[in-house]
Design a protein around this ligand. Sequence first.
Ligand code: GLU
Length: 418
Amino acid sequence: MGEPGQKSLWVMTQQQLDNVAELMHLDPRIHAILRHCKRVMEVSIPVKMDDGSLKVFTGWRVHHNLARGPAKGGVRYSPTLTLEEVKGLAMLMTWKCAVVDIPYGGAKGGVVCNPSELSDGELERLTRRYTTELILLLGPEKDIPAPDLGTDERIMAWMMDTYSMNVGYSVPGVVTGKPVNIGGSRGRREAPGRSVAICVEEAAARLGIRLEDARVVVQGFGKVGSVVALLLHSLGCKIVAVSDVKGGIYNPQGLNPVKLMSHKRQTKTVSDYKEGDYVTNEELLGLPCDILIPAAIEGMITEKNADKIRARLIVEAANGPITPEADTILRDRGIFIVPDILANAGGVVVSYFEWVQDIQQFFWTEQEVNERLRQVIKRAFGEVWEVMRERGVDMRTAAYILAISRVAEAIKMRGIYP
Ligand code: GLU
């Protein structure tokens, strides 16, 4: 992803690891292990297209580190996907699972394709073949995929079915983010957005930001951004701008996210919504606000636009939305950032709940899911906050210190094989 010449997500995540490793005097042997991915599987996926032709797609599944448990992470379908992006996202999953203390290692996968250009049949055949090619890696005790950009519940259902067909019996715990009637968890769909909103509450309380009438800008009105907008609106915040790939809409008096959602369902975009002024995504990032939620894709806030941002608090809903250079600029400008690996961890936390429910065949109410999610995120936020204060660092560095030390401890206890 990103412009030519821009560093890949893998290089950025490695750099972040290097910086924190130095700061925390991490054992160089553990550091060396963590700079690499444990395993990378590349697969080619032949698909019979509807017009009778055959197209071969490329896919990957990457395991970054499994010291703390089975591999966990989403599957991304994107036309610009690269192995470097998947590796970077896999490393982020290792830290994400560790910082919220759930028993998984980090993984990610994906296929280079544009799902919006594929028919339902093509998408299903691609998904089933991709799953079959990965079958050696997958299993509820081994590797549990989930949705990410470009994938959804339906794709998870096909993955679960394909795996089950191959082994000969139903295995709901092999993927998470499934439809509820085949073993999905209540609350999973809203979970990443819900954890972002919980982090906004936690940060605002500590920073003295009043949520009533706080002005919020949300970049990206998709599966995560729209839920964040709805939840923050219900807490009394004023959602002054939202956007999607086509551009955004700004109204300093506040927008109604419920109406925006139904508008987006009809016209497929929020950018042509009438009750506000059109802004580009770039302009949106520079709007005056109290809270900015980058909920689109990685690398949106760079050294080129970081000095334009006029927010007090940024809570990262997307994975890797701020480049390391931009992070430094924002930090120097005194803008408080809650990092992705903590803020959007709700997705994988409720994935964990889903996996536990599938294994036990005992399902929870939505209220139980949401309460437990709040407990996990509140506890993790508090722990990261403490590290931040003790070590005199920023929230991202604190989250990394906590995550890396948990993973390092697991590696040390297990020892290096053989
Ligand atoms: N794709 C999501 C993420 O980046 C969820 C992963 C999962 O639930 O395993 O966190």
